[in-house]
Design a binder for this molecule. Structure first.
Ligand code: GLY
Length: 578
């Protein structure tokens, strides 16, 4: 794909229709937050298995002085984040899942559903930092839901795992369009019948969602109350409780998005702004980038050996091992547990970890027989820059593909959105890794009102002159979100790639536990894999390693020269702008 440059403003989402909706808001003079909210509601419709109104997310915002928001022109830099991560219901106890005999309870159905934060987060962002009306930014998503769109390759491919699970039939054995109805099909009837067309969804299949349009219209007309009170709230509660969950009306009414200070790190002389806990992404990213800055000696040699050389991938993965080990041991929701953030980010600790990295051997980690992470999942990342230099990096999720698979219904029928299964991001059963093969300490155990640890890594790097957003990045793909974001950023700032090349380049992943270095096909099939084995790594194949969206300024030094966006070819999105 050729690199386009947009002189003024652009959006990079993981679906072209969503980018186009965000770009139309920018062309009309909306700011980056207006466009991000419009793009996000559109993604709820056209990436219904990745994110949406049944889920939650994180938004990182950076706006320069002079930028316009609802409350006037900014006098100084605005740098903030909004946490609208799904939250444990009040009745969710620490032992809730341990006592549940259904092995799928943390990942499917009512028990797995956290209080959705998406709608509250969008309205908070728009109200505090946007300029446009809710009606203007949500209407394109309503129109898209009513008109429908064609399923793309990614939609069809990601539906397959769900089709197999729902039908209980290996996918090759399902006669096209005539799969037998099994008990799970009845339980998750809307997902089966409407989202995956009873097993027959294929690239080009028309998908409409007039049911979700009805909910979006209620939000347009009644604001927050359209979702968190009234018929939609009652339908969510009744559907979740009838399917083994504990969420109630007070949980919905009580959901609050939280503004948090960005986590500040450094990379190649640039300041990075990312998410603090309950995201782990910001801290893992900052630790890795700071370890690489500390080991400038190894990074220079690795760069001289070439992009994606064994020397380079080894260095990045060794740093990731350290950071993912800290993730597993230390991180949790800071509103509930003490996380030693200052210590984890301290120069002394970063140096101690970085200095154990050797060019000629691996840091050994204990073998742990954990499940490998599944192939690809929910979650969606979008980036927006506006004409005034305002920037939004936003990652959202319903967790696994089609979330909990549960679609709430009221008397008028199903509401056309999947509720998340984000409670699986907690330690649901001690010693048992989650669906991504991630192990966590008890500090990430569920408690009423707590938010589970996340890997979402929306990130903004400021220009080398220290002021303006110059690089925006983030990804989907479970823990591989973090490695995809790190490598996309390094490709731009350490190897000066354009955005398209930076996201297209093959990637590696290491999450400390299990102790395996994963490579995408292009690297796995190359001599790089053999050289990494000879250094002591256990190398496995993994395709894809995340799906990243990025935007970079043509000139990183002062964020000038126009914007270069890219949507990951692995997910098939496309950016748009003017
Ligand atoms: N559910 C994916 C994440 O938040 O890490």
């Amino acid at each position: 794909m050729a690199q386009k440059t947009f002189p003024h403003a652009c959006v990079a989402a993981d679906h072209a229709l969503a980018s186009a909706i965000g770009a139309s808001v920018l062309r009309e003079g909306g700011n980056a937050v207006d466009a991000a909210v419009a793009t996000s509601f559109a993604l709820s419709v056209c990436r219904p298995y990745s994110c949406g109104i049944g889920g939650g997310g994180f938004m990182v915002i950076a706006m320069p002085p002079g930028a316009r928001t609802r409350s006037g022109l900014l006098r100084e830099h605005l740098r903030t984040t909004i946490d609208y991560r799904e939250t444990a219901p009040r009745a969710l106890t620490r032992t809730f899942f341990e006592g549940n005999p259904d092995p799928d309870a943390p990942t499917h159905g009512g028990a797995s559903v956290g209080v959705p934060g998406h709608v509250a987060g969008m309205l908070h962002a728009l109200d505090r930092f946007g300029t446009m009306s809710l009606g203007r930014v949500i209407q394109p998503a309503i129109d898209l839901a009513r008109q429908g769109f064609a399923a793309d390759d990614h939609y069809a491919k990601n539906s397959q795992e769900v089709i197999e699970w729902l039908s209980g039939t290996p996918i090759d054995a399902i006669p096209h369009g005539h799969a037998a109805r099994r008990p799970r099909v009845d339980r998750f009837e809307y997902t089966w019948r409407r989202y995956v067309h009873a097993g027959a969804v294929a690239p080009g299949t028309p998908v409409d969602n007039h049911e979700q349009a009805r909910v979006l219209e209620l939000v347009r007309d009644r604001g927050r109350a359209g979702f968190y009170e009234g018929p939609v709230a009652r339908a969510i509660v009744e559907s979740v409780r009838a399917d083994g969950g504990v969420l109630d009306l007070a949980d919905l009414a009580g959901f609050v998005p939280v503004e948090r200070a960005p986590l500040v790190g450094r990379c190649a002389g640039m300041k990075s702004l990312s998410m603090a806990p309950p995201s782990s992404g910001g801290i893992v990213l900052a630790q890795v980038l700071m370890m690489l800055e500390r080991r400038g000696d190894l990074l220079s040699r690795a760069k001289a050996a070439g992009h994606n050389s064994p020397e380079y991938l080894h260095l990045v993965c060794e740093a990731m091992k350290h950071a993912f080990a800290d993730r597993a041991r230390w991180l949790g929701d800071t509103d509930f547990v003490d996380v030693p953030l200052a210590e984890l980010m301290s120069a002394a600790r970063i140096a101690r970890a970085a200095d154990t990295i050797r060019a000629d051997g691996v840091i050994r980690t204990a073998d742990a027989g954990v499940l490998p992470p599944p192939e690809d999942h929910g979650t969606s990342h979008l980036c927006v820059v506006d004409e005034a230099g305002g920037a939004v990096a936003c990652t959202e999720t319903i967790n696994l593909i089609f979330g909990s698979l549960l679609v709430p219904s009221d008397d008028a029928g199903p509401l056309g959105f999947c509720l998340n299964n984000t409670l699986d991001d907690f330690v649901t059963r001690p010693g048992v890794p989650n669906a991504f093969g991630l192990s966590h300490a008890r500090r990430n155990a569920p408690d009423p009102g707590k938010r589970p640890l996340s890997s979402m890594t929306p990130t903004i790097l400021l220009s080398r002159d220290g002021e303006r957003p110059a690089v925006l990045a983030g990804a989907s793909g479970g823990p591989r979100i973090i490695s995809a974001t790190i490598q996309s950023i390094l490709n731009m700032v350490a190897f000066d790639m354009d955005a398209v090349a930076a996201v297209a380049a093959p990637r590696a992943h290491h999450q400390w536990d299990p102790d395996t270095l994963q490579l995408e096909d292009a690297l796995f099939a190359s001599p790089v894999a053999e050289r990494l084995r000879s250094l002591g790594h256990t190398v496995t194949r993994r395709e894809p390693i995340g799906n990243a969206q990025v935007i970079r300024a043509a000139a990183l030094a002062d964020a000038s020269g126009g914007w270069l966006p890219a949507s990951d070819p692995r997910k098939g999105g496309a950016p748009d702008g003017h």
